[in-house]
Design a protein around this ligand. Sequence first.
Ligand SMILES: Cc1cc2nc3c(=O)[nH]c(=O)nc-3n(C[C@H](O)[C@H](O)[C@H](O)COP(=O)(O)O)c2cc1C
Length: 216
Amino acid sequence: MSLFRLNASIRVEGSHSREIADIVEQEWSAAHPGEPVVTRDVGLDPVPADMWPAAVAAQMASEDQLTEAHRAARAAATEATDQLLAADALLFAVPLYNFGVSQHFKAWVDMIFTDPRMRPPAKLGTEGKPAVLVTVRGGNYSPGTPRDGWDHATGYMRRILADCWHLDLKLVESQFTFVDIDPSLAQFKDMAAQFRADAEVAAHQYGRELGGVLTS
Ligand SMILES: Cc1cc2nc3c(=O)[nH]c(=O)nc-3n(C[C@H](O)[C@H](O)[C@H](O)COP(=O)(O)O)c2cc1C
């Protein structure tokens, strides 16, 4: 058994998404001691911005037209897709940035889509695999708040992971993480702590499900 984990936070110290995903990973590893966890850290080591266009161009070029850049991009897409397909379970830790999806997560997704194994008519190797998406937000986007509807990342990530790749996806969310750093939000400290506590409970549960210890 193996777990693939992708981190997209651009920081390590104080990263809520990494800490909550650590809980999921620990639960998975408790169920599969000694089994490998393959980590891809696109937050710290992003896919270069010029790699996806080269991977797309490589799809349309004949073998004799391929440049070094085309071959490198195709190899990077193959490696990323190999990692995705080789895993029995998947874990994604992706924060909200600027009301949208992490550019580093999207750059990785875009690379995967250039691999023929991940496009119709291929039968997807990700179909039905268990997966957990941990996402965190600095603000509070709960129903009825001024920012309700402003999170344009979670819907996209669900679309890709659950609807396009047919993963059996569970979502763990935390929010109001800005309370840590913005003194004007001090009044919301307890609410933020509750969001985090709820996320940790969900992370334990879905981590055990991911490891096959619990059934959903
Ligand atoms: C450049 C930048 C842009 C951000 N944009 C948003 C945003 O639009 N909405 C929001 O709720 N939080 C936003 N945040 C806050 C992050 O979502 C929050 O700090 C989160 O905890 C980051 O994940 P991490 O704790 O795993 O690093 C932003 C943070 C940074 C650094």
